[in-house]
Structure formats: structure tokens, C-alpha cells
Write a protein that binds this ligand. Structure first.
Ligand code: A3P
Length: 320
């Protein structure tokens, strides 16, 4: 069932009636498949508006992620790297604003004309590579993509949907049912394998323009990847900065422990996909660990998802 906001948008309404419909995760509206990926009507509207309204800045760095892959962490790291000569850690914007306020989304704020004139050439998106704007693909923008073991991304998604939509007593969708849909590729911005593979292949074709990262790799060797990220973004650390522990300080400042304990991320609010929706910033800081799926998925479930990952990614060179 479409909500009224959607129905009052004839241009999107015309498109949506032509799209395949999929069962959503007990969300108020169905999922619709647009250019191979699943969206709720609000998200679809956001993605289409972004195509029409977003204008990249010169030298933009665009952080692209599959949802629940550590977007907020990547935003904090990239923002801290880019702005390190402007702010020191005692009066840093990340102390008083969640990472998603410091680095806006193309499909949300930017598509709605909010924060359209950005101070720094840094923005973010969950839009799949094949649906990105031509103006990004053909520009000098750099793209940093991050994904995560789908088993952990799934568990993180399940908690996110329940804390965002639920009443905190009953989950709005059971873990088993959500898992079945996720395995069919039916999740917001899913199928995850196509989301990963499109960016993966593009990163192999254009390594100077697209850096492909995994959550697990950064967790295991943050120093190497933060330097790599800074080099790629065009903001390399000098010898002096390295000697002054600048890399280690950024890693510590952006750590889960530090960010999740800031008052702004414990009790702050964030704008949702629509201007009139708000949700607690804390739902983006749950555990921040590799392998929490072991506490939620049975052995059979994990094997099933592992087989899907192997089959879908086979031959690509991408592995988890
Ligand atoms: P969990 O639910 O597994 O804890 P996104 O930002 O893309 O929505 O991803 C959210 C996930 O990233 C959550 O995973 C969250 O806890 C984790 N996360 C948030 N900040 C992090 C940080 N600084 N370091 C590592 N993981 C972080």
C-alpha cells in the first residue's frame, strides 16, 4: 500500500506503478525493484530525486556503502582526515554532531536541497553503482566503497529495522523471516551481492577513482587502511604528521568506543529519509564488532548465507 506522500508525487507515482513489487520487512509499504535493487517508496523517491538534483563538487570524495557496513565509521574517518588541519580534537564537529550530520547523504539531504552548499567536498550514498548519476561517474570525483561480511550486515540490519520501526518490545519482523528475505536479495538496497559486485568490478576497472574497502580489514589493521584512505582521498599524511601520531589519534577519535560514548550519539536525533522523520542517533552504534552473527544465526543459517555469498561472488575475486 502506498502512503499519501508518495501518491501526491505524480512523477514518482507513474514510475512506481510499473515496478516489480516485493515483500518488505513488515515495513509500512512494500519494496519496489528499480534498476535491479529494492527500495521502499520513500527511498526510491530519494534515489530518483538525487539523480535529478545532486551536483558533485570539484574534487568530491563520495563515500558509498551497503547499509549497515559501517557507513558512520567511514564518515567519521574520512571527515577527520579531510578536515584535520581545520579542527583539533577538543572542539571537533564530531563531538557535537553525529557522523551523518557532518557528512550528508546524496539521496537524503542533498536530494532535498538541505545542506546543498557543502563546506567540504565530502558526501555519501547507499545508491548502487549502476544507479549513480552520470555526473559522478564522468567526473573527477573519487569514490570510496565499503562493505562488510553479509552475515554481520544482516544482523545489524535486523536490529536497525526493529529499533527504528518497532516499539522495543516485539520485533516488527522475526529474525528468521528477515533472513529468508535477505537470502533472496530482498532488503533495502539489496541484493547485497549486486551492490558489492558493481562497485567491486568498477574498482578493478578504475582503481585510481574507486577504492574498495571491507569493514573487517579496517578493524584488523586500522593504521594501514587509514593511511591508504588518506592517500586515496588526496589528503596524505606527512612524515611529521605520522611522527606526531596523527594517524593513531584519528583512529582513536573515530573508534566505536569513543563515538558511541559521546552524548550526541547517545541521545541525539537524526533526520530520516523524509524531512519530517527523525530517529535516534544511537541506533547507528550497537556493538561495532566482527562476527556478532555467531550470537544470532544458527549453523544452518550461516552455512546457507555462506553458500549464497560464495555462489554469487564466484569468479569475481571478491571473498569474505
Ligand atoms: P553493529 O550493528 O554490528 O554493531 P552503518 O553506519 O552503515 O549504519 O553501520 C552500522 C554498524 O557499524 C553497526 O554495526 C555499528 O555498531 C557499527 N559502527 C558504528 N560506528 C562504528 C565504529 N566507530 N567502529 C566500528 N563499527 C562501528
Amino acid at each position: 500500500k502506498l502512503n499519501t506522500r508518495w501518491e501526491s508525487q505524480p512523477d514518482y507515482g507513474d514510475i512506481i506503478t510499473t515496478l516489480p513489487v516485493g515483500e518488505s520487512w513488515n515495513l509500512p509499504s512494500n519494496f519496489y525493484k528499480y534498476q535491479r535493487f529494492w527500495y521502499t517508496p520513500e527511498y526510491l523517491k530519494a534515489v530518483i530525486s538525487a539523480k535529478q538534483r545532486f551536483k558533485p563538487l570539484d574534487k568530491d570524495v563520495i563515500l558509498c556503502t551497503f547499509p549497515k557496513s559501517g557507513t558512520n565509521w567511514l564518515k567519521a574517518l574520512a571527515f577527520s582526515i579531510m578536515t584535520r588541519t581545520k579542527f583539533d580534537f577538543s572542539s571537533h564537529p564530531l563531538l557535537t554532531a553525529p557522523p551523518s550530520t557532518c557528512v550528508s547523504y546524496i539521496e537524503f539531504e542533498q536530494a532535498q536541497g538541505i545542506n546543498a552548499s557543502r563546506e567540504f567536498p565530502l558526501t555519501s550514498t547507499h545508491i548502487p553503482y549502476s544507479s549513480l548519476l552520470d555526473s559522478i561517474i564522468s567526473s573527477d570525483c573519487k569514490i570510496v566503497y565499503m562493505c562488510r561480511d553479509p552475515k554481520d550486515a544482516f544482523v545489524s540490519w535486523w536490529y536497525h529495522v526493529n529499533s527504528f520501526m518497532g516499539n522495543n518490545k516485539e520485533p516488527i519482523i522475526s529474525l528468521e523471516k528477515a533472513f529468508g528475505l535477505f537470502c533472496q536479495g530482498i532488503a533495502l538496497f539489496g541484493p547485497f551481492w549486486d551492490h558489492f559486485l558493481e562497485y567491486w568490478k568498477a574498482s578493478l576497472e578504475r582503481p585510481d577513482k574507486i577504492l574498495f574497502l571491507k569493514y573487517e580489514d579496517i578493524k584488523r589493521d586500522p593504521s594501514y587502511y587509514v593511511k591508504k584512505l588518506a592517500d586515496f582521498m588526496g589528503y596524505p599524511f606527512s612524515m611529521k604528521e605520522k611522527a606526531d601520531c596523527c594517524v593513531e589519534n584519528i583512529i582513536e577519535f573515530c573508534s566505536f568506543e569513543k563515538l558511541s560514548n559521546l552524548e550526541v550519539n547517545k541521545s541525539g536525533k537524526l533526520r530520516g529519509v523524509t524531512v519530517d522523520a527523525e530517529y535516534p542517533a544511537k541506533i547507528f552504534f550497537r556493538k561495532g564488532k566482527i562476527g556478532d552473527w555467531k550470537n544470532h544465526l544458527t549453523g544452518d543459517m550461516a552455512n546457507r548465507l555462506d553458500r549464497i555469498i560464495e555462489e554469487k561472488l564466484s569468479g569475481s575475486g571478491l571473498k569474505f
